[in-house]
Write a protein that binds this ligand. Sequence first.
Ligand code: NAP
Length: 334
Amino acid sequence: MKLWKKPLKVGLVGATGVVGETFINILEEYGQPIAELRPFASVNSLGMKIELAGKQWPVQVLKADCFYGLDMVFFSSGDDISLEWAPEAVRAGAFAIDNSNAFRMNPEVHLVVPEVNGHLLNPQSKPQIIANPNCSTIQLVVALKPLLDKFGIDDVTVSTYQAVSGAGLPGYEELIHQTQNYQEMDHVPKAFTKQILFNCIPQIGTFGDDGFSSEESKIMTESPKILGVPDLKVSAFTVRIPALNSHSEAVWVTLKKDTTKEEFTNTLGSFEGLAIFTEDYPTALEISGEEPVFVGRIHQDRHNKKRWLMWVVADNLKKGAALNGLQIAETIFC
Ligand SMILES: NC(=O)c1ccc[n+]([C@@H]2O[C@H](COP(=O)([O-])OP(=O)(O)OC[C@H]3O[C@@H](n4cnc5c(N)ncnc54)[C@H](OP(=O)(O)O)[C@@H]3O)[C@@H](O)[C@H]2O)c1
């Protein structure tokens, strides 16, 4: 990641959450120049301080005029808070990079994965709301974009295996607690609909009338928007699994043109942000903390030679959330 041209004044809403913590860690790791950090959380976190760039920044609560003077505010605390406060940040003259679902399908808001459609933004862009896509969407579209450009895509089917950190700190803590008390078999689920330990739950979000969950709908509607192909057929089935971090996806993609495994692999391998496994395969545990989207187990379907299968894994807190948000900032401030 390139460094910002000047030290920025940065707001972070949801600073005490798992995505907020990852955002701070990445800023620190890259040594981005910080003129000010204004961390926001709920009243429960008042009194806490967030450490960054050698200073302690006290956690604040959202209130009128709280964004004045900031260059950018990263929102990561849920749809309702973003709906109410992201427009306030823009009114105050800041870019609002929103990690919630609130604005993603708003036709007036760019939904950005920089490697895929970063051209929508540039250093001349005016302060605006920019939506950060759903975590499982981001890793999917990074893997699809080079295939779309080279071969064209007829349709995509994806089955996900999503880690508990995707449900925030409560989800993470629930799996840790159940693991520490694994002999109790009557765990009362809170963050999930059923016990997550020793289990797989085929529900992420709420179900619509058509049987798809809200997480599946996000993948199916956001992917065509980001890829710039509104009629792209994407079908998703999402499952929560007892992995702590990083989402895995089995993807079936039907191309418009014939290709070989070598050409398919090389096409993915030459795309920014992708790392390809040709011998072994990536797993959630092994790639957690890494930045790229990893692809392995590339092979051709037995029944349709235009159909290919691949295994796509990425850190949902990094590329699926905080890192993608910071890469959006890079397109504006570098
Ligand atoms: N986890 C992921 O992989 C992921 C990926 C992509 C997108 N997202 C989205 O990112 C957002 C945050 O997710 P997360 O996983 O980081 O959740 P989380 O760990 O539960 O953190 C939620 C954050 O929101 C803060 N918050 C709650 N009420 C607030 C209020 N009234 N004012 C200001 N801040 C408030 C919390 O502060 P307190 O600590 O004070 O309660 C906490 O900092 C959600 O919209 C989620 O859908 C998450």
